[in-house]
Write a protein that binds this ligand. Sequence first.
Ligand SMILES: C[S@@+](CC[C@H](N)C(=O)[O-])C[C@H]1O[C@@H](n2cnc3c(N)ncnc32)[C@H](O)[C@@H]1O
Length: 301
Amino acid sequence: MPSEVKTERPPVCDYEGSDYQERFWEKGERRYEDQVEAVALRRLLPKQGKLLLEVGAGAGRNTPRYAGFEHVVLMDYSTTQLERAQQRLGTSNRYTYVAADAYRLPFVDGLFDTATMIRVIHHMADAPKALAQIHAALQPGAKFILEFANKRNMKSILRYWLRKQEWNPFDPDPVEFVELNFDFHPATMRRWLQTAGFALERQLTVSHFRVGWLKRNIPIGLLVALDSFFQPTGALWQYTPSVFLRSRASGETPVAKPGTFFKCPECGTALPSPASGSLKCPGCSRVWTKKNGIWNFKQPS
Ligand SMILES: C[S@@+](CC[C@H](N)C(=O)[O-])C[C@H]1O[C@@H](n2cnc3c(N)ncnc32)[C@H](O)[C@@H]1O
């Protein structure tokens, strides 16, 4: 897979109807991974903010960690994941639920002061395209916290040296180890961020001890404390399976006009204020609707 894939409508890894949250997080012995990610997020997130975009929010596992933000937009391709998030978080005015494609974001340019994308970019066949979309939705100077799966991790290096794995973890191109599941080289991800208009501020290495035997035999609290201690070494080298980056939206980008929020993902025209459950695009006449508290920007009505 070449590092810069260019397709108009890249394929989406569809979680519609998936039991991912229960299977992977709740029954899958991932308490260690969940807690070390919470530590990394605490370190990287601004203490407070007005409007945060959570790209690929899934069932809202991380959303309670954004407590310092006045408003959170949970955006995901899967409506059923958003329904689960809604069951967990409720329907208060603090949350907006949006079903959309990260390759075609339905938000006006320069809207958000912070965005996060945790455990999502590994599903992107055209990661640079998604990064460019996120950059456009951010105000100048906004923070972007990205987690990505690192192909150059200790386990993959050992397996490669022992000839148990064919792909080279040092090769800069992404590896698609299962359909629409990619691991990335840290240098490639940094370059893509820069090309999309981001300035890197901080790198943390996360999940240093993601080894079944350790998780079964060492108290999780101790493993989390050790991981927390080593996370800042990400500034020097990155050999963990997961890496968290905080970047700043740089460059001359616009700030959203007051009162604007959504744009038509088909033609890019700003939509009228979402007073009701239906928005007609003044540019192309497509109609986008909200059903059961979830805006649907995947398909016009
Ligand atoms: C592994 S889950 C992670 C969910 C959540 N961020 C977490 O860490 O618990 C990946 C999520 O990305 C979403 N996703 C994948 N491709 C997407 C796309 N093109 N646009 C929006 N969401 C996408 C999936 O629907 C799924 O909910």
